[in-house]
Design a protein around this ligand. Structure first.
Ligand code: SF4
Length: 437
């Protein structure tokens, strides 16, 4: 493990970025571990649901029993010597990370985030306090089938988003078709092997039942949106093409709970008639993720999407979908960092950031605001074979600057369906894009 430069020198170098966003990005990039005492405290918090991918730096089989059960979905960073504002971060387990959650000894009780010493026995530097997400009341109520709500309708983003992975597999299958950074198929197998309730294809009925429980028990109305997503459907699933398969869920949800949540569909870039099916079903927001902007990289990293749709057609469809959803409601994701992955990626930070900036400018100039997630180098993905570590923190911080500046230059509205933007308010937990707007 390469320990990054001291946080203070990075803070000085990127003084125009909130330190909260810097730390959040580094935690997403490197992951974190927990002391045994901290895990005991975490046991009563909201556990990690593995809502779609593993988002861990190690396989389930390499985690202890208590890690598998007690690692929380997210943590909130707050206070400490840097006086951090509350910052929500998704938890990515990595026993080798320099970041660790420990129990405070003086006074005993609350949890701290520390930066471990570079050598065994060296003092750990405390960075801030850590707040855990409380175990939601709706997680304690099983469905009539006995399935837990956390399997069918887990919530993330500090309770803001209900994450409905309707299809936990992808029909792009194997090294020749799967996106090279994606572990959806592997993660499904490992979660089943670990004995976790992990439904492969969810029915509308069980999703409605889970939502009913959430609607009743979420008395503070923390949940504001739902995402319906899953693997790509290249032929048919249950006799339906991709748009019809994913449309059935919004149709059912909006009929039962009209307008209760903002509906989002994370599916492929589909032809216009299929995009219309999604819109008519009741989705308000469409996420046709483009993963990496550069054409050569898209083709190398997304071989299935390239073969079935093609990069230029993918981009054309994203732009066309703005006519149906409205440009502000088309929010395609890219996986930040894969543009620097070996062996296909750019050699330098300048080249990688310039390429991504070109894509941002292309979309934002048309009113479409992409968003990004920080790449987690998950084991058993194709890219993990050639990338033991993620790109540098400096790369990610340059990207955050470019993202923020491009967004401001085009004077776009805050993307809908993500809650409030800004430090201390953002809840999006897998990148700091909302923290810097
Ligand atoms: S399309 Fe690619 S990123 Fe999406 S689930 Fe399939 S393999 Fe993963």
């Amino acid at each position: 493990m390469q320990f990054p430069d001291s946080l203070l020198s990075i803070k000085k170098q990127f003084a125009d970025l909130p330190f909260e966003a810097i730390l959040k990005t580094d935690l997403l990039r490197l992951g974190l571990s927990f002391s045994p005492e901290a895990l005991k405290v975490c046991a009563s918090a909201k556990p990690k649901s593995y809502f779609i991918f593993s988002f861990d730096r190690v396989a389930q089989k390499d985690l202890s029993e208590i890690e598998r059960k007690s690692v929380p979905e997210e943590i909130a960073l707050i206070g400490g010597p840097h006086d951090l504002k509350r910052t929500i971060v998704s938890v990515r387990v990595n026993p080798a990370s320099p970041y660790r959650i420990e129990t405070q000894t003086s006074p005993p009780g609350p949890l701290s985030l520390v930066r471990r010493g570079r050598v065994e026995g060296e003092r750990s530097d405390p960075i801030c306090d850590v707040i855990l997400p409380s175990f939601p009341a709706y997680y304690g109520v099983p469905l009539s089938s006995g399935k837990p709500v956390a399997d069918i309708a887990p919530t993330i983003e500090w309770g803001y988003l209900i994450y409905l992975t309707a299809f936990r597999l992808c029909q792009y299958f194997g090294a020749e078709e799967e996106c090279q950074f994606c572990d959806i198929n592997h993660n499904y197998r490992q979660q089943k092997n670990a004995g976790r309730p992990y439904t492969g294809i969810k029915s509308s009925g069980e999703i409605l039942e889970a939502l009913d429980i959430i609607n009743q028990k979420d008395t503070e109305k923390l949940s504001h949106a739902y995402t319906v997503t899953g693997g790509s459907v290249t032929s048919q699933l249950g006799g339906m093409k991709e748009s019809e398969f994913y449309a059935q869920y919004a149709r059912a949800i909006e009929k039962r709970f009209p307008g209760r949540w903002i509906g989002k569909a994370v599916v492929q870039a589909l032809p216009e008639d299929e995009v219309k099916i999604l819109k008519d079903a009741g989705y308000a927001i469409y996420h046709p993720n483009y993963e990496a902007w550069d054409k050569r990289l898209f083709e190398a990293l997304c071989p299935g999407k390239s073969r079935y749709v093609g990069r230029d057609e993918w981009i054309r469809r994203i732009v066309e979908s703005a006519k149906i959803f409205g440009p502000e409601n088309v929010i395609p994701n890219f996986v930040a960092g894969v543009e620097m992955s070996k062996p296909y990626g750019f050699e330098t930070i300048d080249e990688a950031v310039a390429s991504t900036a070109e894509g941002l400018d292309f979309f934002m100039s048309q009113g479409i605001c992409p968003r990004f997630t920080v790449w987690c180098v998950e084991p058993n993905t194709e890219l993990s074979k050639t990338n033991s570590e993620p790109p540098s923190l400096a790369y990610y911080l340059r990207l955050l600057q470019v993202y923020r500046d491009t967004f401001r230059r085009h004077r776009l509205p805050i993307p809908p369906g993500y809650g409030e933007a800004g430090v201390g308010k953002a809840v999006f937990s897998v990148s700091a894009f909302m923290d810097v707007l």
